[in-house]
Each structure stands twice: as C-alpha cells, then as structure tokens.
Design a protein around this ligand. Structure first.
Ligand code: ZN
Length: 413
C-alpha cells in the first residue's frame, strides 16, 4: 500500500477545526438562550409537568414581552381554538392582524385562522367575511370548503351552489351534496301559493347534471336519483300530469329500489288517479317480493285491506311476516285493524277480524307489541346515530347528507 506519512499532518488540523466549530455553535446557542425570556422556560417546565393551563399563561407572557414571536402567537391561537376558548383565540389573531409590519404570508395565515375562530364561535357573518378575504390566497381551497358549509348551514342554497362552482374552478373534487342543494332549491321553488315550476325544473336539471358528474361509481347516487325523481313526480302532480307523475315514480323502482318504500303511497295514488289501482298494487307486491321493506308492507296491507278485505290482507301479511318476521310489521298491521274496527263499529263490515284470529284480544295484543316496537320505529343516522321518526336527506343532528338508510331500525338489525 502506498501510504505517505506526511498525510498524518491533517489529523490534528481536522481535530482542531472540529473543536473550533463545536465551540462556535455552543457559544451561539448560549447567546440565543440568553435572549429568551424566563417565562419561556417556565412555560416549558409547566408543559413537561403536564400543567397546560399554567404553561399557556407563561407563553402568553412571552408573547406579550416579545410581540415579534409570530409563531408562538399562531400556536397559542390554535391551541385556544382547540380548547374552545374562542374569545382568547380571536384576541390573539386580532393582535397579529393589527401589526402593520406583519409579513403578507403571516397576515393571510392570521386572517384564515381568525375565520376559523369565528366559524367555531358560531359568528357566521364574520366567518364568511374572513374566509372571503383569503379567497385569492393559498388558503382559497379550504376557505371555499368552509364557505360551502356556512351557506349550507344557513340554508342559503343559491350561494352554496355558487360556492361549489367556485371550489370546482380551483380543484377537481366531487361534491356529492350539490345534488341535494339543487333539490332543496327545487323544493323551495315549489312551496308557497305561487309555485315556480320553471325554477324547480331548472334546479332539477342541474341536479341531474350533478349526478352525472359524480359518475356511476359514487355511493349514494341511487339515493339522489330517487330524490330527484320524486321531486319531478311532485312537479307533475302539481301540474295535474298524472301519467308523468306515475312514470317518474315508477322509475324509482329500477333506479333506487331500496327507496321505493318512501314513495309507496304516492306511487299507488298515481295509479289510482289513472284508474289503474290493481296494476299499481300488483306491481308494488312484486317489488316487495324482491325488495321487502316495512314501509311497502304497511302501504300494501292498508290498501289490500281497503280494496280486497280482511282475508286477502291477512293472507298477504301472514306470508310476508313469515318470510320477514317483523314485530313492527305486526304492530302496524294491528294498528290498521283497530282503526278499521273503530270506524266500522256500526256493523257495516260484516267480516270481522275476530274471524281471522279467533279469540285474540287485538287491542291488548297491540298495546303489548307497541311498547316494544316504539323504539324500533325510527330511522337512524349512520354518522351520528341521531334517531328520527321521519326520513331525512340531511341529518338534523350532524348535518350530514344521505346518512339515513330508507329503513327503520328494526330492519337494520
Ligand atoms: Zn347524523
């Protein structure tokens, strides 16, 4: 090996350089440490001892002594917001914003932070203005998302729709709730003494567009289609177009079979208006065979009871409950029977239910069952668990969309 001894000269030189570098770093660190206020170390100490409240007080002290510490201000602000101390969070961010020398990037950040404070504090007007103020900055996308949520919570559908359009211009992401904004818009147009069919129709066309944009892979698309079809049916009904109404409702059988139960009454009514009652009942019965649901069962039992009498209705119910045992189904069935008995006390109906289930005390039976079924007779939000007697497209508990299955609790178990 060719080794030259004079190379060894470098060893002490390198060692010396390392020693100098270490000393310089150490000195620099010491000088920086001396500039930090005592409160900073106190704060750290409290943090290490798991005393967050006292740590915060110490850090607030640092921030007061040294207003230049923007990072500390941001950290404190978001900490206060997380802890729900909104007034303090807003004050910290306001003090940052009031500084004339604050760099643009920090100013934008402070504006975005204070917007979130206002939102969390429920000061929607101020949150809206603060988010609008950062829509041309790097916070544009989260600001648009927040604005959509604000308009949605205010039920300001036109502005929610506009905000979605603005978000789409920034980023290509699906916004499934847009369909429902359009549907809400359509419902609004149909309310009141002078319904605006044009506006409702346009909103529903937009809803269809939104469904198409979501693509076939999106979950919940079937639910949206059911809602749009049911609204189109409502428009047709209000305009006296029975055949169209029927066609829209029938389309739900194929596009969203699980949702038919929600519209079963309207569906049968539309057939009745056209004088095609039997056809409607037959179709709903065959749909029930493939997609059994309590709502369809109730509607069918009631209508069979009216049109074909006890025996036919009970025969249907017996088969249905045998195939899909349901206490709630039995409960609803008995309710119809008891109502009917009440109405026919005068003896107009000669075939009594006692001939169908001889000796049974119907009223007692029903009250026993009803006590158990009450809590099962609800729709439930899959996101927050909020239970409701009515079906909702938007959960009143957590404001999520399409989190209610079109089935009662008993059917979900
Ligand atoms: Zn919910």
């Amino acid at each position: 090996m060719d080794f030259e001894t004079w190379w060894l000269v470098f060893v002490p030189i390198l060692f010396g350089l390392g020693w100098v570098a270490a000393r310089v770093d150490f000195r620099q660190m010491m000088s920086e440490t001396r500039t930090l206020p005592d409160s900073y170390f106190k704060g750290l100490n409290f943090l290490l001892n798991e005393e967050p409240d006292r740590a915060i007080d110490a850090f607030v002290e640092v921030a007061k002594l040294d207003p230049e510490t923007t990072e500390l201000h941001f950290a404190l602000g978001s900490l206060f917001r997380r802890r729900g101390e909104m007034e303090r969070a807003i004050r910290v961010h306001q003090s940052l914003l009031s500084r004339a020398d604050l760099p643009v990037a920090d100013r934008e950040n402070a504006q975005f932070q204070i917007a979130q404070d206002f939102l969390k504090a429920g000061m929607l007007d101020r949150a809206e203005a603060a988010f609008e103020a950062v829509r041309e900055t790097r916070f544009a996308i989260p600001a648009m998302r927040a604005l959509i949520r604000i308009y949605e919570s205010e039920h300001d559908w036109p502005r929610a729709i506009e905000a979605v359009r603005r978000l789409r211009a920034l980023v290509d992401e699906p916004v499934p709730q847009l369909v429902h904004y359009q549907c809400e818009q359509a419902e609004g147009a149909l309310q009141g003494k002078q319904p605006d069919f044009d506006r409702a129709g346009k909103a529903l066309d937009e809803a269809d567009n939104a469904i198409r944009k979501l693509g076939s892979g999106q979950q919940g698309m079937y639910a949206s289609q059911a809602r749009v079809a049911s609204l189109r049916a409502r428009v047709a009904r209000m305009q006296g177009q029975s055949e169209q109404e029927r066609a829209y409702l029938v389309s739900i059988l194929n596009s969203a079979p699980d949702y038919v139960g929600l519209y079963a009454t309207e569906l049968l009514d539309s057939y009745r208006k056209l004088g095609r009652d039997a056809e409607g009942v037959a179709m709903l019965r065959s749909h029930y065979q493939q997609h059994p649901s309590l709502d369809i069962f109730n509607v069918l039992f009631r209508v069979l009871r009216e049109q074909e009498g006890h025996l036919q209705a009970w025969a249907f119910a017996r088969d249905a409950l045998r195939a899909h045992p349901s206490l709630l189904g039995l409960d609803k069935m008995l309710e119809v029977e008891l109502q009917d008995q009440g109405q026919n006390k005068e003896g107009a109906d000669t075939v009594g239910v006692d001939q169908v289930i001889a000796g049974a005390d119907l009223s007692l039976l029903r009250s026993l069952i009803h006590r158990h079924t009450q809590r099962l007779d609800r729709y439930s939000c899959s996101s927050c668990g909020f239970e409701a007697r009515h079906f909702y497209w938007q959960c009143p508990g957590c404001n999520s969309w399409e989190t209610y299955a079109p089935r009662r609790l008993e059917e979900l178990k």
